[in-house]
Design a protein around this ligand. Structure first.
Ligand code: GLN
Ligand code: ZN
Length: 761
């Protein structure tokens, strides 16, 4: 008989009431002492652990907690710190740690970037000039704490050495060559060995070695450093059991990876298009090893279909000698509990499973395989799913028919760009090098205070509306005074470019307490797309037409595109993602048409998250990009030739997706490039980009005011390769995080720079 156990890979840090976030922020403000900080952190850690034990999880993770970010914890434990912060010989103080995480008066913070393909951001390790040494065995410390306080032999979770190296930078670039990986392994492997030996000697049974970078490995050759690492760790601590954990996708060099010398291999059976399962069916699984099967979705919020999952784990049980049932990845990336979602309709609530609702799913599957009577759980589960699937929200015939009837006419403008652009110019009369901004203006303290007051009911709808109008009028006037050519309404009514649309479309649920950590103490509450997405009524038309009524200059309408909405939401998984995307697109298409009808001649549809949603494996890119183009075109092609469609992208390097950008067939794209001007321009040249382009000519992320000369130089550089008839002048992103003074000074310089360059043409 195969032994079956339940296991977890990590638990959310924030706390049910965001206690952890509040603790960090109070400490930063000086409202709690370091001693209080540590005492409360410990309470939070133990509460989280106790919940997992009480739920019946056999193998619980420890040391998955953090004071900011687990990658940073791993780096600083080994003295891998950016050189500007010096080098350490003993454990960093809490303040030294936060200096690196958040920056201080002398130094900017360490770089932060996206963790694989999800919305968590880690602190980038920098491997220059440090003397790696073990400053603290934090894994042992938290294992001991769990043992002493709760009597549990927990499973320390540690970011594996190869993943740590590949996520890090050497001399400013991400580490990628075999040689660099080897050199860095030489210096950090002995430290990992020491950690593992100490864990073994203390009596630790299992350690979870996270090597998610394995899912990006395409060739056998690249498995070498992972083999070298686990061999070294085994040699240093032969009695310590290693669970080599992968997640977020399937493993390509399957046989090499499952045959690495470890006692358990953790595979993701939720993501990766079923490839891990196909490999197991074809090649089997090593007899002497434990299969740690990630079967419960660790980064979505839906109740699992237990009978389907049971089929899967039953099959896996037959293949391995010992089976662990676990989530596909740490539960860090889902909210904690659905128990505060009191506003959710019962059929939705029954279909939602956050971290605390996923634990019992894991336990139920384990118990079932172990022969317990779990029929009640299965009956309840089936009823909950049935209620959600049969709900009105998931059976909107109009929307479903519209999706079925999509055809070429929904994704084509009437005329080519060359023809449209003439008609647009005849209507708009824009000067050469037109100036504009990306959409949002400062969300000042006053704007935020009024919104909060309105939400609490201290302001009536009319009062709030009047305030927003006042602010819009004021900024229309400011934009006119600056001399900008295409104006925006300023987005004062929006907190967030996704949440706002979620609130106005059918099929979305805004959680009350569904917080997940985005980075550091920052939490986000992604909307939940649970039903068919439908257009209820105009969303932005009133704001845009009001702004247009205040000026003779063209006002640009402002929407968020489907991919960005979907990438920043929790998305239903009972239908294809592309269908959800297209439902959103069809709803927005109506909004675009309504804006046009209301006299808005320029409409910008923002797609900043298109690039970041790219699948982890390159071979899946094309399909993703084709679907992205399709939904963008559904959104934007319902208009007359005279209407000018803009789009905007930011946050990333675009070289990989330039031809996709061109395929979107937007008349104008504005793009964040102020930090990487040269490369992007030549990339556009390479695809013969014939439409218009606004290159961000200064970096809005910094409070620094760019000089006229600097901006002019950026424009001149762009004009070397892009025709002046195609070129727009704009900041590189929205201005909502800047203050009024910074915004006005920077835009005044932008205008002057444009005017200077115009005289040179
Ligand atoms: N229109 C949005 C804004 O200006 C775009 C935001 C973004 O690109 N992230 O705020
Ligand atoms: Zn942007």
């Amino acid at each position: 008989m195969t032994t079956v156990k339940s296991s977890n890979l990590g638990y959310p840090r924030l706390g049910e009431h965001r206690e952890w976030k509040k603790l960090l922020e109070s400490y930063w403000k000086g409202d709690v002492t370091e001693k209080e900080f540590h005492a409360t952190s410990k309470e939070i850690r133990l509460t989280n652990l106790k919940k997992q034990i009480d739920a019946g999880i056999d193998i619980v993770p420890v040391a998955d907690n953090s004071n900011y970010d687990h990658v940073l914890d791993t780096s600083v434990a080994f003295n891998i710190v950016p050189t500007r912060f010096g080098s350490y010989t003993k454990k960093l103080t809490l303040d030294q740690y936060y200096d690196i995480a958040r920056g201080n008066k002398d130094n900017v913070a360490a770089d932060m970037t996206k963790w694989f393909n999800i919305n968590y951001h880690y602190t980038v390790p920098e491997f220059d000039n440090t003397q790696p040494r073990l400053l603290e065995n934090r894994w042992l410390k938290y294992w001991q704490e769990a043992k002493n306080e709760l009597g549990v032999n927990g499973k320390p979770v540690i970011v594996g050495p190869v993943t740590l190296i590949k996520l890090g930078k050497l001399h400013g670039d991400y580490v990628s060559t075999e040689k660099d990986i080897d050199i860095l392994l030489d210096s950090i492997l002995p430290l990992y060995q020491q950690v593992f030996k100490e864990l073994q000697d203390a009596g630790v049974d299992w350690v979870q070695l996270d090597e998610p970078s394995l899912v990006k490995v395409a060739h056998e050759e690249e498995v070498k450093p992972y083999r070298r690492a686990v061999e070294a760790l085994r040699a240093a601590a032969p009695k310590l059991n290693i669970e080599l954990q992968t997640y977020f996708d399937a493993i390509d060099p399957y046989q090499s990876v499952v045959n690495l010398p470890v006692q358990a291999v953790g595979l993701d059976f939720v993501n990766g298009n079923g490839e891990n399962l196909r490999h197991i069916r074809e090649f089997g699984f090593p007899k002497e090893k434990i299969l740690a099967a990630g079967v419960i979705d660790g980064h979505n919020v839906w109740t699992a279909d237990l009978s389907k999952k049971l089929q899967l784990v039953t099959e896996l049980q037959g293949i391995s000698s010992e089976l662990w049932i676990q989530p596909s990845n740490t539960l860090l990336h889902v909210p904690i509990t659905t128990k505060y979602e009191t506003a959710a309709a019962p059929e939705l609530l029954g279909g939602l499973a956050f971290a605390d609702e996923k634990l019992p799913e894991i336990v139920t599957l384990t118990q079932t395989l172990n022969g317990d009577d779990t029929r009640v759980s299965f009956t309840e589960n089936a009823a909950a799913l049935k209620a959600l699937n049969e709900s009105k929200a998931r059976n909107n015939v109009t929307v479903q028919t519209a999706i079925k009837n999509l055809d070429q006419s929904h994704v084509e403008r009437h005329s080519t760009y060359a023809e449209r652009s003439k008609l647009q110019q005849a209507q708009l009369h824009l000067p050469k090098l037109p100036t504009t901004t990306i959409g949002s203006f400062p969300q000042s303290t006053e704007v935020r205070a009024k919104r909060a007051a309105w939400r609490k009911g201290h302001l009536t709808d009319d009062q709030y509306d009047a305030f927003i109008k006042l602010e819009t009028t004021r900024w229309i006037k400011l934009q006119e005074d600056l001399g900008l050519d295409v104006l925006v309404h300023g987005e004062f009514e929006r907190t967030d470019m996704v949440e706002y649309f979620g609130q106005k479309l059918d099929g979305f649920y805004a959680t009350q307490n569904g917080w997940v950590q985005s980075y550091g103490s920052r939490g986000v509450r992604p909307p939940v797309i649970f039903g068919d997405v439908d257009y209820i009524e105009p969303i932005t038309v009133a704001a845009s037409t009001y702004a247009q009524s205040q000026t003779e200059k063209p006002v640009k309408g402002m929407l968020t595109a489907p991919l960005t909405i979907i990438n920043w939401s929790f998305v239903r998984n009972d239908i294809k993602r592309a269908d959800v995307q297209n439902q959103i697109a069809l709803a927005l298409r109506q909004e675009v048409i309504n804006l046009e009808k209301a006299g808005i001649n320029i409409i910008q549809v923002d797609e900043p998250a298109l690039r970041e949603g790219l699948p982890l494996k390159k071979r899946n890119w094309q399909n993703y990009l084709d679907e992205a183009v399709y939904s963008f075109k559904i959104t934007t092609t319902g208009v007359r030739d005279e209407t000018q469609i803009h789009t905007h992208m930011c946050y990333s390097d675009f070289e990989d997706i330039i031809s996709t950008i061109s395929d979107l067939d937007a008349d104008v794209i504005s793009i964040e490039t102020s930090r990487s001007h040269g490369e992007i321009i030549s990339a556009f040249e390479a695809v013969d980009y014939d439409k218009q382009i606004g290159l961000g000519v200064y970096d809005i992320h910094s409070p620094r005011i760019p000089t006229v000369e600097e901006i002019a130089d950026n424009i001149r550089r762009g004009l070397k390769v892009i025709d002046d008839k195609q070129f727009w002048v704009n900041p590189d992103c929205g201005l909502k995080t800047r203050n009024e003074e910074q915004t006005l000074s920077a835009l005044a310089n932008l205008e002057k720079a444009r005017n200077t360059v115009l005289t040179e043409l």
